[in-house]
Design a protein around this ligand. Structure first.
Ligand SMILES: [Zn+2]
Length: 200
């Protein structure tokens, strides 16, 4: 390739990169990823993602919140995304008995009543009907496998996510640095007789 062709190709690629949304060009993998903000979850490495490959949404727990629905609805309906992957992880900080302890700790720390705060200061209309629901708003969980399946179902069944979008959930094992399917814990199958013979 001549230099001019090389430069022209680079300009073309740059233009397509910059104007992706205007031109309706999806991300490379047509993928939306929801995962935890935890710094130990190396999501790009775990999924083999390069820059440009996916829309990645990270929050505490990698759980489906209103802004996850908002972002997933936009990317699947308008930006060509066809696949959603939810990645939770072991030893997550949101693995707590319930959100009440977070509410109580925050109220004690900040000296405010959390039951009537604006969840989104730019949208005061977004309010919980039941002030006690603030504990649920923090979205804690006790079992990482169960919560992963539940997040997949929430996205699959949401009216703002098109039916033809596939939703899959995995758990990132911090201890191995690998992904696994919910409820398929290999270390159990190699460490316990009950699991090996399948009568666990
Ligand atoms: Zn986490």
């Amino acid at each position: 390739m001549g230099v001019v062709q090389q430069v022209e190709k680079a300009i073309q690629e740059r233009e397509e990169w910059v104007l992706r949304r205007q031109k309706g060009i999806p991300n490379n993998k047509r993928l939306f990823v929801l995962t935890c903000m935890d710094e130990r979850v190396n999501i790009e490495e775990a999924l083999g993602l390069q820059p440009g490959d996916a829309h990645i949404f990270r929050n505490a727990g990698g759980l489906v919140t209103d802004d996850v629905i908002r972002s997933a609805a936009l990317t699947t309906n308008f930006f060509g995304t066809k696949e959603i992957i939810v990645v939770t992880h072991t030893e997550c900080g949101m693995m707590l008995k319930n959100g009440k302890e977070i509410v109580e700790a925050l109220q004690a720390k900040l000296g405010i009543d959390l039951s009537h705060i604006h969840l989104d200061p730019s949208l005061p209309e977004l309010a919980l009907k039941d002030p006690k629901a603030i504990a649920r708003w923090f979205r804690t969980f006790e079992d990482v496998d169960e919560i992963t399946v539940a997040q997949v179902e929430l996205l699959r069944n949401h009216p703002l996510i098109p039916r033809d979008v596939t939703v899959t959930g995995y758990i990132y094992e911090v201890e191995t640095g690998r992904l696994r399917r919910p409820f398929e814990i290999l270390s159990r199958r190699v460490n316990s007789h009950a699991e090996m013979v399948g009568d666990a």
